[in-house]
Write a protein that binds this ligand. Structure first.
Ligand SMILES: Cc1cc2nc3c(=O)[nH]c(=O)nc-3n(C[C@H](O)[C@H](O)[C@H](O)COP(=O)(O)O)c2cc1C
Length: 358
């Protein structure tokens, strides 16, 4: 499979970095409709819409992911729309219906990213119970099983600890079964991915860090007779010289909003660090890493177009199937990535294929 490209939809304000550096990135519907059209034109395959319900760390305004995906479906024709969904604040029966509706509107381009949660403040704010780390994953797994049953079976009956479905029909069925993505790096996340997800998203990391996760999750999936696809997060800075690109990164970090980064750090400790093995997302992230919500600087897609394309090929070689990108200036960077980086990656992929064939 050729590498897939996805981009983070900036549907919350403040962009993808917790920094006061000026950004040419909007969050409104109009901006996002334009970015989605530019992205499909530029050769992106997927758009990932974030779920965030209340103000936090500079993200003062948020548009809801499922509702926005539905609108973006009407202004695009190729892009697959991955709407993030947070079990605990949604019921799987209502989300199954919403996603099947997007499947109809988009003619088969709907997908979901099931997130298991790190932001206790959202649950507290809405007066909903906050489960402990591994219980959240047990609930997410049931959520995914219910979604699939509703999308594929005539009538769904389900008896779980979190959901009970009593002979519920679901029509129309989606025309294309929506792929299930998930994030999370803890042991519970990896095990759940192996059992029920189609795609496993990783926070930014080193090549060795990604390799270890891909190997482990693939091994867990093989034990279930399953195979997964892998996506990695990366914050991309492409400039004419490596020095210019590195300077942009230094500026982003120099302008970081320390209070907001600290607030984010205090919430994300409910993720990976709260898992029984105390590993997982953000467990080892330092201040600079946390300036990008998902450790995206660590992946190293920072430099000239050639350097970035080479690094992407390194990722492909270790088994990465999808690059999830975020940018500083969406107004310019999506288009530029499509013009400068994607064609280079395609050339290098073709060369790779021909050398491996000989
Ligand atoms: C690519 C990616 C996208 C994510 N999107 C969201 C999101 O939109 N909203 C959210 O609350 N959490 C999001 N998460 C967080 C995870 O779903 C999960 O709650 C968190 O990673 C906890 O991970 P852990 O298993 O390492 O503790 C995302 C994670 C990744 C890797």
């Amino acid at each position: 499979m050729s590498l897939k490209f996805a981009y983070w939809v900036p549907n919350v304000s403040g962009g993808l970095v917790i920094s006061k550096i000026p950004q040419k990135t909007g969050w409104s519907y109009e901006d996002n409709a334009r970015y989605a059209q530019q992205a499909e034109e530029a050769g992106f395959d997927f758009a990932l819409l974030q779920t965030r319900f209340i103000a936090s760390y500079g993200a003062d305004n948020q548009l809801e992911a499922v509702a926005l995906a539905s609108a973006l479906a009407t202004v695009t024709s190729k892009l697959k729309l991955i709407a993030a969904v947070l079990p605990g604040l949604w019921h799987p029966g209502t989300i199954a219906k919403a996603i099947s509706t997007i499947d109809q509107i988009s003619r088969g381009r709907a997908a979901v990213n099931i997130v298991s949660g790190w932001f206790k403040g959202e649950f507290h704010g809405f007066g909903e119970p906050w489960l402990d780390h591994n219980e959240r994953y047990r609930r997410s797994e049931e959520f995914i099983r219910v979604l699939r049953q509703l999308w594929t079976e005539e009538e769904t009956n389900f008896r779980g600890d979190f959901y009970r479905i009593n002979g519920a029909p679901h029509k129309p069925k989606p025309s294309v079964l929506p792929p299930v993505f998930q994030g999370g790096n803890s042991a519970a996340a990896r095990e759940m991915a192996a059992r029920v997800s189609d795609w496993y998203f990783m926070n930014g990391n080193t090549i060795d860090g990604f390799s270890a996760q891909i190997e482990e999750v693939s091994r867990l999936a093989a034990a279930e007779n399953r195979k997964l696809n892998f996506g990695v997060n990366a914050f991309v800075i492409v400039r004419d010289t490596e020095e210019e690109a590195r300077q942009v990164l230094r500026d982003i970090i120099d302008y970081a909003d320390p209070e907001a980064v600290e607030g984010f750090r205090s919430q994300v400790q409910f993720a990976g660090k709260a898992s029984p093995e105390r590993e997982g997302m953000w467990a080892n992230s330092n201040f600079d890493d946390l300036v990008q919500y998902n450790d995206g600087f660590k992946t190293g897609l920072i430099g000239t177009a050639e350097q970035v394309a080479d690094r992407i090929i390194e990722l492909k070689k270790i088994g990465v199937d999808l690059i999830l990108t975020g940018f500083l200036h969406y107004d310019e960077d999506i288009k530029a990535f499509g013009e400068k980086v994607i064609p280079l990656v395609r050339e290098k992929e073709a060369a790779l294929l021909s050398t491996s064939a000989t």
